[in-house]
Design a protein around this ligand. Structure first.
Ligand code: TRP
Length: 361
């Protein structure tokens, strides 16, 4: 059957450095390594609508933003299938059948959904679609027989549920679906990048993001105002690197080559950290380094984005083609699902023949 990677994002906003370090950079590496037979990356607009039902225009606008972010970060439609969830009607079909294989209380136990319900003040009135999105996500994954789902820790409960439903399906009907495993980010910085304000998470609603599409001036303005070490008042004071967002970002993004290019006094980040901790290194110099590191990484992404922006109709074309290819794969799985569930009435000649036989007597 082969190894199949599948992953996606809710198109509710432009992608930022947290997305890049947490998933996008890894996806591009996986795509280019070519160790997998197929790779699917999709925009989960159906899932985004489960808590944005009254704001479809927001999702519509962000489809193109996220597509540009994907392509400019290096996802290549020749190597991976880019598509839009809502364009695959086989997904809600599979969701419906999967709902019979899981209980309400099982879905209620999902800690990620619990947190999201609180955050959205949905406690008194949870939309049914929102409540059941983990089942729809199981269908997203199983319809493509994905073996590997690169995602953050918060997606672990979804993957557990997917495996349970798949196992149940295979037991009750026939072994058609595949149990996927999660591929978590490689290390702590990749798991959760703090915001520029030092708060635990980069998030649009907190206004503490650096976006992949930010130009160099915007990045410098944001880096200049970044949270560092509030006890580091004079350059000569000893500084702290823990909880210092500038150093967390340097941990995430800087390489030894960056030091050779931008701050040759130090060979690597460990040396700079030691000097900063001892005292005598100013925050502004560290911010300048970070700004150089980020812009070196973002510049090729900006150049590609600018090229893709020149032909927006072609982006929609890429997504349309990708959606067609994805739909064909999901349709193939659904043929097997319907046969396993005994609802393939019209393409089962043996059924028709045997029923005719039965009524002859
Ligand atoms: N839940 C994911 C998110 O919030 C998006 C998503 C939907 C997804 N379906 C998926 C991710 C299937 C991986 C696999 O970002």
């Amino acid at each position: 059957m082969g190894k199949v990677i599948l992953t996606g994002d809710r198109p509710t906003g432009k992608l930022h450095l947290g997305h890049y370090i947490g998933s996008l950079r890894r996806r591009v590496e996986l795509q280019n390594a070519g160790d997998y037979d197929k790779m699917y990356v999709f925009m989960a607009d159906v899932q985004a609508l489960t808590d944005n039902a009254d704001n479809p225009e927001k999702i519509r606008q962000n489809i193109i933003e996220v597509a540009l972010d994907y392509l400019s970060a290096g996802l290549d439609p020749q190597k991976c299938i880019l598509y839009i969830q809502s364009q695959i009607p086989e997904l809600p079909e599979l969701t419906t059948y999967m709902m019979n294989l899981v209980s309400v209380s099982r879905v209620q136990r999902n800690p990620t959904v619990k947190t999201e319900i609180k955050m959205r003040n949905f406690e008194a009135n949870i939309p049914m679609g929102f409540f059941s999105y983990p089942v729809s996500q199981a269908a997203d994954i199983a319809a493509f027989k994905a073996t590997t789902v690169p995602a953050g820790e918060d997606q672990e409960p979804m993957l557990e549920l997917t495996r349970e439903i798949v196992r149940r399906f295979n037991q009750v009907y026939a072994p058609v679906l595949v149990e996927p495993s999660i591929m978590l980010p490689e290390n702590a910085v990749c798991r959760r990048l703090p915001g520029t304000d030092g708060k635990e998470k980069m998030s649009k609603s907190l206004g503490n993001c650096i976006y992949l599409s930010d130009d160099a001036d915007t990045v410098w303005t944001k880096v200049k105002s970044m949270y560092t070490d509030p006890t580091h008042l004079n350059v000569s004071d000893p500084g702290h690197v823990e909880g210092n967002a500038v150093f967390t970002y340097l941990d995430a993004f800087s390489t030894d080559a960056d030091f050779a290019e931008f701050w040759p006094e130090f060979q690597n980040l460990d040396e700079l950290k030691a000097a900063y901790t001892a005292g005598g290194i100013g925050d502004m110099k560290c911010k300048k380094l970070l700004n150089n590191v980020l812009n070196k990484m973002l510049e090729p992404i900006r150049v590609r984005r600018h090229e893709f922006e020149q032909d927006i109709p072609e982006i929609y074309n890429i997504l349309k083609k990708g959606s067609e290819v994805a739909r064909a794969a999901a349709a193939q799985t659904m043929d097997e699902v319907r046969a396993a569930m005994r609802i393939n009435y019209f393409d089962d000649e043996e059924l028709i023949r045997s029923q005719a036989e039965r009524f002859k007597k």
